[in-house]
Design a protein around this ligand. Structure first.
Ligand code: LMR
Length: 329
């Protein structure tokens, strides 16, 4: 099998339509940071299976999970420079590049799964993907994981005041840091695959994540409390290197697009089921104390975070914030 990408810059004549994918197999490296039995991990494998079938083996998607190639700190640069051809970072990681992505991480931005899908498939999804073209990336799809929950040691988190003085791991986003700071939490941004250790040795007291990440990376074994708060949404932008994408022949692009749209539908359904199931698995496999916020407590968290919307309006842009507000109604 001959990898096509390393010689991409040798000259365009090598990559005319006759040669690309005709007598050589094209290898697309897809790097991500989570485990295989997660929404992102499984959707990536399903995409690989569909691409193989639809291109009659002319394209091979090689999936690299668990940050074996890159962490979220270096995967975007690796994609832009063509060391890998596909990644699927969670939204906070893109906010470092383009602040509009913070819209998706606003506290209680989405109150239902339907609203999430409307954002992905509507104006927000469109505006954010358009911006990516300027930085040599093509947005292929939005993949959902699920709503985020809080985990902690020290004490159960029921009211915003319960966060005071705790130290949390945050994903790479100024907005997420600001959300925790508003609750008097000290924050440290750190790569996903360092979190278990930091929770285990007490470097941090807690964090926020989807059930599937809390389950697959065993955070529940090093945390005493979990609050089902659904206070934010964890999702992914599935991205391809733009230069690479435009070198693919139209028939291969069409096959990849088709595979992606089928993998996305399949993945979103599976993400929901997996998070439900793994919540039950956590209950069965551990002694972590799980508390579900009442509607009144949720409303209290939402109110406490309200100032974030005005603080970040100028950074995120009025258009995206207005659309989030519309989806909340
Ligand atoms: C995290 O950093 O906790 C998540 O964004 C990881 C992921 O990609 O789901």
């Amino acid at each position: 099998l001959i990898g096509f990408y390393p010689t991409l810059f040798a000259g365009p004549s090598v990559y005319d339509d006759e040669q690309v994918g005709f007598d050589r197999q094209i290898v697309i490296k897809f790097s991500h940071v989570v485990a295989e039995n997660t929404p992102k991990g499984l959707a990536a494998q399903e995409f690989a299976r569909l691409v193989k079938k639809k291109t009659h083996n002319r394209v091979k998607i090689e999936v690299y999970p668990n940050s074996v190639l890159y962490t979220e700190i270096d995967e975007i640069k690796a994609l832009q420079e063509g060391h890998v051809q596909m990644i699927a970072p969670s939204f906070p990681n893109l906010s470092v590049l383009q602040p509009g992505w913070m819209a998706l991480d606003l506290p209680y931005a989405f109150l239902t799964h339907e609203a999430v899908q409307e954002a992905f498939n509507g104006k927000i999804g469109h505006v954010l993907f358009n911006q990516l073209e300027q930085v040599n990336m093509v947005g292929m799809a939005y993949w959902g994981n699920g709503f985020k929950q809080m985990t902690s040691n020290q004490r159960p988190l029921v009211h915003p005041s319960d966060f005071k003085g705790l130290h949390f791991r945050t994903m790479r986003s100024k907005l997420l840091d600001a959300e925790f700071r508003l609750f008097d939490v000290k924050t440290t941004q750190m790569p996903f695959n360092d979190v278990y250790k930091a929770m285990e040795n007490g470097t941090v007291d807690g964090g926020e994540n989807s059930i599937s990440n809390i389950y697959s990376k065993r955070f529940f074994q090093v945390q005493q409390y979990m609050t089902i708060s659904d206070h934010g949404y964890l999702g992914y932008a599935v991205l391809m290197n733009k230069t690479f994408w435009h070198k693919l022949s139209p028939d291969l692009q069409a096959a990849l697009r088709e595979a992606m749209s089928e993998a996305t539908v399949w993945g979103n359904k599976m993400a929901y089921q997996l998070n439900e199931k793994q919540l039950e698995d956590i209950r069965k496999e551990s002694n972590i104390q799980i508390y579900t916020l009442s509607p009144a407590e949720r409303a209290e968290w939402r109110r406490a975070w309200e100032p974030i919307y005005s603080q970040y309006e100028a950074v995120i842009g009025r258009e995206l914030i207005d659309e989030i507000r519309r989806l909340q109604q």
